[in-house]
Design a protein around this ligand. Structure first.
Ligand SMILES: [Zn+2]
Length: 384
């Protein structure tokens, strides 16, 4: 899709697919009217997209005045993507359609975090997901893997992932060689932001931040409709801002990072320190739901700390909204209210809305969105 001869065609395809994604089914005449493309150009591009089963004609609604124009829609169901979100001891796996709607979900165990072990689990899971969704005969259009770390997404290289001990690993091409499907990789919070941009709360926004609070903390930025990766794949690493000089040890090897003082593992450790006995996450969730101390104070402190750093992001970047995801969203307003309050206390001017948008499958769906976004963004090429 690169090169001058195909550039305008690619742009027209992207323009019409984006329009259909935003508006839902509309007629060719309306597409021409809204985009300013000629009716002939719209007809040509739609015919091409229909050949590839990317769009489909829907039933025209008959009106009193006779035949209505036939609406065209994205053929979400005709293409399948798979997403894998890598965790330390498991992989969240999902099979989705083009709208990143989950068709099959699975959590796969990994014996160790070596690339080889992870790739074997990925390869073995694809046929299981297809079977679970009753579509064993279907092809997969692409595969996305989200990895916590610094990722060169355009070249498919994991520059470093302290959680997995990976460095300068051409992970996308290693996976593509094994599974023979185009592969995209990115940081897990970036992947969450991609899904938010395509089909989530960020859909109507050109500039927004996607804050994730789970095993770590990240704040990805979407600027002018694109994920901002930075020059070294290290943008959005709010969780590694030093929050407490000489504080707790972070997984990155430094002391006092925000995530070491406010991510979920910190909350559980802190609760255990204060009540003086071993605890489980479920017990902590129960204590939060019941409004018990010291669980509520721990969330208040963590939230205030996050809000303070988030205010810096807002001052530098002025996002339209901040979408919040990650496992800790489950703690609800006990965590979100102090984030909001402190952020508003520390920002200079802008007060963007904080919008939680999270379900447990959001991580894996974000990974799948790395593949489906290639349909909506033809500049991006996979490793294959
Ligand atoms: Zn760190």
């Amino acid at each position: 899709m690169r090169g001058n001869s195909s550039t305008s065609r690619a742009l027209n395809r992207r323009l019409l697919l984006k329009l259909l994604r935003d508006r839902g089914p509309i007629s060719r005449a309306e597409m021409a009217l809204i985009t300013g493309l000629s009716p002939a150009a719209v007809t040509f591009v739609v015919a091409e997209l229909m050949d590839e089963a990317l769009v489909v004609e829907r039933e025209a609604i008959a009106g009193a005045t006779g035949r209505r124009p036939v609406p065209v829609d994205i053929n979400y169901d005709a293409h399948l993507a798979v997403g894998f979100k890598l965790n330390r001891h498991s992989i969240d796996c999902v099979l989705t359609d083009l709208a990143t709607t989950p068709l099959a979900l699975m959590e796969a165990e990994v014996a160790d975090t070596s690339p080889e072990a992870v790739i074997e689990v990925i390869a073995a899971t694809i046929p299981r997901l297809l079977a679970q969704s009753g579509r064993s005969q279907s092809a997969v259009m692409g595969l996305g893997v989200s990895i916590p770390g610094e990722i060169d997404a355009s070249n498919g290289i994991c520059l470093q992932s302290p959680r997995f001990g990976w460095q300068n690993l051409a992970f996308a091409s290693l996976v593509a060689e094994r599974v023979d499907v185009p592969v995209w990789i990115d940081d897990d919070v970036n992947a969450f932001a991609v899904a938010q941009k395509l089909f989530g709360a960020g859909r109507q926004h050109r500039n927004f931040a996607a804050l994730a609070i789970g095993a770590g903390i990240g704040c990805s930025l979407v600027i002018n409709g694109e994920i901002y990766h930075g020059s070294r794949g290290a943008a959005g690493k709010m969780g590694h801002s030093i929050s407490v000089p000489d504080g707790y040890l972070c997984e990155c090897g430094r002391h006092g990072c925000l995530m070491a003082h406010a991510a979920e593992p910190f909350m559980l450790d802190e609760w255990q320190r204060r009540i003086g006995k071993p605890v489980t996450r479920a017990e902590f969730v129960g204590a939060v739901a019941a409004g018990r101390e010291p669980a509520i104070s721990i969330l208040k402190d963590a939230g205030s700390r996050i809000g303070r750093h988030l205010a810096e992001v807002v001052n530098l970047f002025d996002p339209e909204i901040i979408v919040v995801g990650g496992e800790a969203v489950e703690f609800g307003e006990a965590l979100l209210a102090p984030i909001r309050k402190t952020m508003e206390e520390f920002v200079f001017f802008a007060r963007p809305e904080l919008l939680p948008d999270w379900v447990p499958s959001s991580w894996a769906r974000g990974a799948a969105a790395l593949a489906t976004q290639s349909i909506f963004d033809f500049e991006r090429s996979p490793s294959s």
